[in-house]
Design a protein around this ligand. Structure first.
Ligand code: KIV
Ligand code: ZN
Length: 500
């Protein structure tokens, strides 16, 4: 069986999803989980894009071990040097450089001829190879590039030293049969001299199907993202492509290095970090992906699982929500559970998470894994706290105007404000906005219960925007008004950190 490499670009192309930006700590946390998942390459970012991107890639390269760390670079010396600076500390590193090849891009966007494009691509692959042993090249908009010219570019960059040639369907234009034969034609010309990779976008909903067609025709690497997030309609979804290969080994005759039991955890971690939820009917990771509603199906399943189940829920890491800890659980049990859940926190972080856990245990009889994951995800975001909530009092009901009194510490000074609003959340937000003197506007407000029951931890995700910068804030509490206040303040802190 062939092993297909999984190249994860959640931290680069995935982060290009509107609203998906992550801070450095969040990226490191996700990168660590991607290693546990078993991805072969993590594309950690586009180092020249911003100092923040550079820092994130550099920190991941220095701190996250067990996989190849790649940095993206346009086919320009300064980009490549910056990518090299960012990835070079990783024991295994890669420079991924790209240049458009379609006539549409060359004529209208870059105003260069085909000859110039090929010359620059070759020169930049050689330059990248003078720095790194592992270089990948992408002819951008490959699927709208004339095939003989595309093959000419591919042969030239392989000759120049690219070990992987990635064929991107940049605008999600191709379809499975067409893409399969394109990959077959390229494979026929380059043989085993380089790995063929594919990078499909989902504009027509075909990213996974196109990637699988490519695998059938000789591709050895698939580029994808967790939950399929990415530019516009997203990228090929990692969990879907992997579970297709896994479930239909008989057909694809290929395997991956992915530990599929880490899929759900990784998907949920990304959701928690970005606030972008997957639709309930999303394959593999949607809330309903393994839920059987119809009576006939349930009857069949009770008799024999194989009747209606092609994958086992536990194979993707889905398990019955575990009832684990309560208010009598001690520090040791809490620490052990954190370890089992895969968190490696510093002593200070454990202490702070433990005190939040104790506080939660006072409000909620039983604490589930999901509750702990929510507490800890917030813990590792490490956004400096310019604004801190210290007290909140609301009055609302059927015959009164909702009113909220909020007490905060702002740059160390205690302030308090009472405001009225359309509801308790509105009143609370007005009080916070007045005290923090924010000029931001609220773009999105979402509420979700983390587990079932009326004492469940409620999670609020908000997006706010100021001067073209948008940030997301999260807050969780058994009291939904408090969760809303925490989410707003978390977003304001992130905005303050960004401005700095
Ligand atoms: O979609 C695309 O073409 C890309 C390249 C940079 C690989 O993301
Ligand atoms: Zn892309």
């Amino acid at each position: 069986m062939r092993t297909i490499r999984i190249f994860d670009t959640t931290l680069r192309d995935g982060e290009q999803s509107p609203g998906a930006s992550m801070n450095v700590e969040e990226k490191i946390q996700l990168a660590r989980q991607l290693v546990k998942l078993g991805v072969d390459v993590i594309e950690a970012g586009f180092p020249i894009a911003s100092p923040g991107d550079f820092e994130a890639v550099k920190r991941i390269a220095g701190e996250v071990q067990g996989t190849t760390i790649a940095g993206l670079a346009r086919a320009r010396e300064e980009d490549i040097k910056r990518a090299w600076e960012a990835v070079k500390d990783a024991p295994r590193h890669r420079i991924h450089t790209f240049h458009s090849t379609s006539d549409i891009h060359l004529k209208y966007q870059f105003r260069v001829s085909r000859e110039e494009a090929i010359k620059r691509s070759v020169a930049m692959v050689k330059f990248a190879r003078s720095l790194a042993g592992d270089v990948e090249f992408s002819p951008m908009d490959a699927t709208r590039t004339e095939l003989p010219y595309l093959i000419e570019v591919v042969l030239a960059v392989v000759e120049a030293g690219a070990g992987t040639v990635n064929i991107p369907d940049t605008v999600g234009y191709t379809s499975p049969l067409e893409f399969g034969s394109m990959i077959r034609a390229i494979k026929a010309r380059i043989g085993d001299r380089a790995v063929i990779s594919v990078h499909c976008h989902n504009d027509l909903g075909l990213a996974v199907a196109n990637s699988l067609a490519a695998v059938l025709n000789g591709a050895g690497q698939v580029e994808c993202t967790i939950n399929g997030i990415g530019e516009r309609a997203g990228n090929c979804s990692m969990e879907e492509v992997v579970m297709n290969l896994n479930t239909r080994k008989d057909y694809y005759k290929a395997v991956t290095n992915i530990n599929t039991r880490e899929i759900i955890r990784t998907s949920r971690l990304l959701t928690r970090i970005t606030g972008i939820h997957v639709q309930p009917n999303k394959a593999i990771v949607g809330a309903n992906a393994f839920a059987h509603e119809s009576g006939i199906h349930q009857d069949g399943l009770l008799k024999e699982k194989m009747t209606y189940e092609i994958m086992k829920p536990e194979d993707v890491g889905l398990k019955e929500t575990e009832l684990i800890l309560g208010k009598h659980s001690g520090r040791h049990a809490f620490k052990t559970r954190l370890h089992d859940l895969g968190y490696e926190l510093t002593q200070d972080e454990v202490e702070s998470a433990f005190s939040k856990f104790k506080h939660l245990a006072d409000q909620k009889k039983v604490i589930f894994d999901e509750d702990i994951e929510t507490l800890v995800t917030q813990q590792v975001s490490r956004t400096p706290e310019v604004f801190r909530l210290t007290d909140l009092n609301v009055a609302s009901g059927m015959n009164i105007v909702p009113k909220s009194t909020v007490k905060m510490k702002i740059r160390g000074k205690t302030v308090q404000k009472t405001a009225k609003g359309d509801g308790p959340v509105d009143a609370t937000y007005k009080a916070i906005a007045a005290m923090t003197k924010t000029k931001s506007s609220l773009l999105k407000f979402e509420v979700k219960g983390i587990t079932g029951g009326t004492d469940a931890l409620g999670e609020v995700v908000v997006s706010i925007e100021e001067g073209g910068r948008s940030v997301r804030g999260q807050g969780a509490d058994t009291d939904i008004i408090l969760a809303a206040a925490k989410a707003y303040i978390n977003a304001l802190n992130k905005l303050a950190a960004r401005k700095k």
